[in-house]
Design a protein around this ligand. Structure first.
Ligand code: 5GP
Ligand code: ZN
Length: 114
């Protein structure tokens, strides 16, 4: 039995508005959007967090960034600008332990540091 909500979304067991899919990555709208555009990009392979990436994931990690760029174009925020966030670990606010990139855009944002 799967206990990962993002694995369930990838396999279609759980619903989500999927906006992109290829053999290595899936992207879908966040269910609680924090910006006018808020998409999550996840690898098909279950990896708990950025901190669990291994050298063999180097190509996959780059692919996820290019998918993020593709989604930004698809969502028409490529020119206005967007932010990509990877919360890593509980202290950073990670609540779903299947690594994911947040793509946020479509409106002005405050600087996030500190
Ligand atoms: P984290 O805090 O782990 O970086 O972000 C997890 C994100 O996943 C949150 O923004 C949350 O709204 C989103 N999320 C959690 N469960 C679901 C779900 O079942 N469906 C969708 N579409 N998003 C989810
Ligand atoms: Zn998973």
């Amino acid at each position: 039995m799967s206990t990962c909500i993002f694995c369930d979304i990838i396999t279609g067991k759980a619903p989500a508005k999927i906006v992109y899919r290829d053999e290595r990555a899936v992207a879908f709208y966040d269910r609680a959007p924090r910006a006018p555009v808020h998409v999550l990009v996840v690898p098909v392979e279950h990896i708990n967090s950025l901190h669990d990436l291994k050298p063999e994931h180097e190509s996959l990690a780059g692919h996820l960034l290019l998918v993020a760029q593709h989604i930004a174009e698809q969502e028409n925020i490529g020119n206005s600008g967007y932010r990509v966030i990877i919360n890593t670990g509980r202290a950073a606010g990670q609540v779903v332990f299947h690594v994911h990139l947040h793509i946020l855009g479509g409106g002005p944002m405050k600087h996030p540091m500190g």
